[in-house]
Design a protein around this ligand. Structure first.
Ligand code: GLA
Length: 435
């Protein structure tokens, strides 16, 4: 340049702008970055797969993981009909219902301490003075569904009447009220797990009402239960607590059972704590992302009537919800890698369509980390792929062979990766320096 005695010309040639389209037809932005993922974060590549399509018929109950709300994480035993009505109102007014949240679930402590003279369960008359049928009618009038809690033993965990020996009577009672979702807990047990839950499942089926059946036996109930179609979802852990360690350990435990998840049957790592105050917003984003990539039920556990903006933004992140609700119903898994043990984890979930994955870069450590993934780690072909940031809801561009990002402690980057068709030409930059 002038004054330096040196002439430098930088000439940039951009490849002919060939329109790049993803497999679903949307136009993608073009980038020119090409990260060099560290081998340390990767797994052994395997052959590229072909398109994966959703099952032909998804006309089944809980075809995607149930979405809704449950009273227990925030309110414990303090439930009454005003809370349930107001929660139903808030679910609609907040926009959550429009995004797929539909079950309003009453947990423990809704019952009167004794059954009535005919042996029927009855709601606590102080808490539910208008009864459960009226409440179900109200919730249904909002376009939502009502869920309720029972226990397979002789008493609920709150010490109220259990359903042991009353399975048929209770199933008929709940169906007559218009209940749409039953969570069956595990306190004061006298029978055995398989028999108790099978009896209740059969009794609910016999009512003829479509009722989602949620087993709550505080740990994976065993391959037999999962394979015998007993429940739509089953808890895989003890109760979640509103802190990072509890959440992340439960998420990890749930990973082991990924093979059992499918449309109509889901591993349940417990209800969400998002918005309850015990974690940072970033940790809650991690919580929600992890549940989404694991195709876990998204059952909010906060007070929907008083959510701050950060909580709304997490619970109502449409593209994160879409990962959870993907029609393929495959539970994403953590990829094995040497760095996973240090807290730098890559999770991957196949999504419907051709060569499409949700990918979670999860930093469980206390330090900022540079994390990366290669397409071949994801069973995707090497070469160009479109990357979209699902929290920011923006296209990041076309990346060749892999993607890397800085991930903050206890935080995530959640992306969607879609291989670009083979005829696409990648952009390049050529720099010529002349003396
Ligand atoms: C158990 C369950 C919780 C909740 C409480 C209610 O602990 O695991 O999810 O239902 O009982 O008492």
């Amino acid at each position: 340049m002038a004054g330096s005695g040196k002439k430098t010309f930088q000439i940039f040639f951009f490849a002919l702008a060939i329109l790049l389209f993803s497999s679903n037809g949307s136009k993608l932005s073009v980038g020119a970055r090409s990260p060099s993922p560290s081998a340390a974060n990767t797994v052994t590549p395997s052959p590229a797969p072909t398109a994966i399509e959703p099952p032909a018929s998804v006309d089944i109950l809980a075809a995607t993981p149930p979405m809704g709300w449950n009273s227990f994480n925030h309110f414990g035993c303090s439930v009454d009909e005003s809370l349930i009505r107001e929660t139903a109102d808030a679910m609609v007014e907040s926009g959550m219902a429009a995004l797929g949240y539909q079950y309003v679930n009453i947990d423990d402590c809704w019952m009167a301490p004794e059954r009535d003279a005919d042996g029927n369960l009855q709601p606590d008359p102080q808490k539910f003075p208008h009864g459960m049928k009226a409440l179900a009618d109200y919730v249904h009038s909002k376009g939502l569904k009502l869920g309720i809690y029972i226990d397979r033993g002789t008493k609920t965990c709150g010490g109220l009447p259990g359903s042991y020996g009353y399975e048929i009577q209770d199933a008929n009672q709940l169906a007559s009220w218009g209940i749409d979702y039953v969570k069956d807990d595990n306190c004061s047990v006298v029978g055995n797990l398989m028999d108790d839950y099978t009896k209740m499942r059969n009794a609910l089926n016999a009512t003829g009402r479509p009722i989602v059946f949620s087993m709550c036996s505080w740990g994976f109930p065993g391959m037999l239960v999962a394979r015998l179609d007993v429940a739509h979802l089953w808890r895989t852990s003890s109760d979640i607590k509103d802190n990072w360690d509890s959440m992340i350990k439960i998420g990890e435990a749930n990973n082991a059972y990924a093979i059992f998840a499918e449309p109509g049957h889901w591993n349940d790592p417990d209800m969400l704590e998002v918005g309850n105050g015990g974690m940072t917003d970033s940790e809650y984003r991690t919580h929600f992302s992890l549940w989404a990539i694991m195709a876990a039920p998204l059952i909010a556990g906060n007070d929907l009537r008083s959510m701050d903006q950060a909580t709304r933004d997490i619970l109502m992140a449409p593209e994160v919800i879409a990962v959870d609700q993907d029609p393929l119903g495959i539970q994403g898994v953590r990829l094995s890698s040497p760095n996973a043990g240090k807290g730098f984890e890559i999770w991957s979930k196949p999504l419907a369509g051709t060569n499409t994955r949700a990918v979670l870069l999860l930093n469980r450590s206390e330090i900022e980390a540079s994390m990366s993934v290669r397409w071949t780690d994801l069973d995707l072909p090497a070469g160009p792929a479109a990357v979209r940031d699902l929290w920011a809801r923006s296209n990041l561009g076309i990346y060749h062979n892999g993607y890397g990002a800085i991930v903050q402690p206890h935080a995530v980057v959640l992306i969607k990766v879609t291989s670009v068709e083979s005829h696409a030409v990648a952009p390049f930059v050529l720099r010529i320096t002349m003396e």
